[in-house]
Design a protein around this ligand. Sequence first.
Ligand code: MOS
Length: 740
Amino acid sequence: MPSAIGEPLDRVDGRAKVTGGAVYSAENNLPGMTYAVMVTSTIAKGRVASIDSAAARRAPGIIAVLTHESKLKLAKSPDDISPDSAADRRLQLLQNDRVLYAGQPVAVVVAETLEAAQEGARLAQVRYGPETPSVSVDASLAGAFIPERLSGAGDPGRSSRGDVQAGMSQASTRLEQVYTTPFQVHNPMEPHATVAVWDGPDGLTLYDATQGIFGARKRVAGLLGLAVENVRVLSPYVGGGFGSKGPTWSHVLLCAMAAREVRRPVKLVLARPQMFGPIGCRSETRQSIAIGAKPDGTLTALKNDVVTHTSSFDDFVEPASTPTRKLYSVPNNSTTQRVVRSDIGTPSYMRAPGEAPGTFALEVAMDELAYALTMDPLALRLKNYAEQDEDGQKPWSAKSLRECYRMGAERFGWAKRSPEPGSMRDGHTLIGWGLGTAMYPARRSPASARARLNRDGSIQVEAGTQEIGGGTYTTMTQIAADGIGVEPSRVIFRLGDTQFPPTPVSGGSMTTASTGSAVYLAARALRDTIIQRAVVDRNSLLYGAKPAQIAFENGRLSRSDRPGQMETIQHFAAGLGEPYIEAIVNAAPGQEKEEFSPMSFGAQFAEVRVDADLGQVFVSRMVGAFGAGRIINAKTARSNFMGGMVWGVSFALYEHAVYDERLGRIVNNNLAEYHVPVNADIGDIDVIWVDEADHHVDPIGAKGIGEIGITGSAAAVANAVFHATGKRVRDLPITLDKLL
Ligand code: MOS
C-alpha cells in the first residue's frame, strides 16, 4: 500500500477550523458563566499602596473584585516551583502587594458580562508606591551572573574547547563584533484564554489555551491543593502558541481561583495589551562574537559571549550560545552566557529559543568573515563543516546540511550571485542575496497513546497532546493509519484532554518524535493484536495461518501465500465478542541521546530589494532547504517551515517590543505598533527538504520541524541587506533609519 506518511493530506480538521466548528478555549460558553478581567499594574516596580474597589463593586453586574486583600488561599507558594519542570514559572497570584513588572495582575474583576467586568476593571482605583525600575542591559550589567544551566536543553552556562586566545593568534583574519536582538513578544492570533468550572470543592475542569495540558494540570493541582486526577484540562484547539502557551501563567490560576470564589464558571481572556508582560517574551540578546580564520577560510577560533535578561524573581536563560558551540568545526571555541536581572515579566520560550537569535549573530559574523576573506559565504560554510558535534563530542544523529546547501543554492540560483555589495542593481532598486544556516535540536520525550478498533469497524486513536496549528490531528492520523494498515480516512484521532494517555508539551519541536512515536507503536500493537486474533478465529478465512504470513494493507488482512484468502477489517471487527479491542503504549526514548547528537539543519537563502533612496526593504524571495528527518505531511510541513521563515523576515525587519526605560513599560503593546508582517510584506517563499529518515531519534525517523524554519532566516535577510546596500546592520530589527 502506498504509505500515508509523507502525503500532502489536507488537514482533517480543516473544515472544522474554517467553518467555526472547532471550538477554542474562549468559545466555551457554560450555563451560569461569569467573566473575569485582570487589572494589571501600570508601574514596573514597587508596591500596591491601596486599591479602592468601592466604585467597581457598586457598578452593575459586578460579582467580585479580587485583590491581594481578598487573601485567596493557595496550597503552596506560587514561588515554589519544581526543579524538574522546565515549564514552571513563579506566578503572581494576588498573594501580596509587591509589583515586579508592568502588566502584572494586581486585581481580578468578575462580572455577569464581559462588558461589566471591563467597566469594573476600569473603575478599580489602584494606587502605587513606585520604585525606579531597571529594564536595560546596560543598567544591570554590573550585576550579571553566569547561570549554572541554560533554559531548554539545560546546557551549562559556559562552554570551552581548545584555547581561543591561541587560536586567534594563529588567524590571519580576525573579527570582533557585537550583535543585538531586541525584546520580542509572542503574538499568537488567539490570546491566552481560560474557562474554569468547579465540580464541588475538589474537582476542577479547565478549558485552557495551552501547549501542555498535563503541565497545566500538574501546576494547577499543585497550587490549589487538588489531586491531579481531579483536575481535567481540555484544549482541543489552540490558535498558536509559539512557546508562550508552554508554561502555565498567572491568569490560568487566577481564573480557577476566581471560579472557586464566586462558585460559578469563569471565563478569563487576555486583552491584546495584556499579552505584553505576564506571559513571557523573548529576551533581548547581546552577543559579542570573536572569530579568526586562516587565509583559506579555516576557522582557528570562535567565541560568543552572550548577555540576556531574566526577571527579578525567576530564572529563564535564552540559550543563544548554542549555535556558536555546535555549528562549525573549530578547535578553539568558547561561549559564556551572562544574565541580567530586570524588572520585567519572566522571559520564556519563544519559537527556537536560543537558536533563533543565536544563528542571527553567528551567521552574520560568518558573512562578515567571508567578505573579509573575499570568499563566497557558502564556500566558507562548507570549509568549516562540522562532521560531528564537537561540543558534545558525539556523531550527529543524521546531518544533511551539505545537501541542504546544495539544493537550496541550486533552487535559489546562488551561483549567479555577483559578490560585490551593491552590484546587483535593478534601476533604482538595490538587490541583495544572503545566506544563513538553520539548526535546531531534535528532541523526544516519553509519550503514550491508545489505538482502538470498535466493533463497527471504526478506529479511534487518542493521545493527550495539543494542536497548536502545526497539523497534529492530521499527522497523527497519517501515522496511525500507516501503523495499522488502513486508509487515513478510517482513523479518528482525538487529542487535547487529560483523560487521554499522557504526552509532553507541544514545544521544543518534539510532538511528532514523541507523541508520533507513541501513536505509531500503539497502532502497530493494535495491528499485531488483530492479526493474532484473526489467525485463531475459526470463523475467519485466515484461520490457521501464521501471523507472519498475514499482510495488512488498505484495511484488508490477507495471506501472502494464498492471495485469495483475505478479510476486511470491517468483517473482522463485526465478529468481535467485546465492544472493542485496544492497545495502549507508553513510548520513551532510549539511550540514543547518549550516543548521538540529535540535530536538524537547513540552509536559508534570501533576496531583498531595497529602495536606494528610502532604505525600504522588501524580501522578494526566500528558499529554505531543510534536513529535518522524515516528513509526515508534505502540506502541513511546508506551512510550518514557511511560518518559521516568515517569522525570520519579521525578526530581521520588524519586531521590537520597545521599553520606556524610565517607566519600565512596553510602549507598543498592540498589533498596530508591534510590527509583524502582513501578506503584502512577504514575497515568494520556497520550501524544500532532503529525504532524510533519522532513526537515531525515534522509530518513525521524524525529527520535528516546528522551530527550525525561524533559525538562520533573519541572518539570511540581514546578509542580503548588506549585499544590497553595503551597510552592515548588527542591531535588529533593520529599520530604514539604520540604512539611511
Ligand atoms: Mo516552543 S518555543 O518550545 O513552543
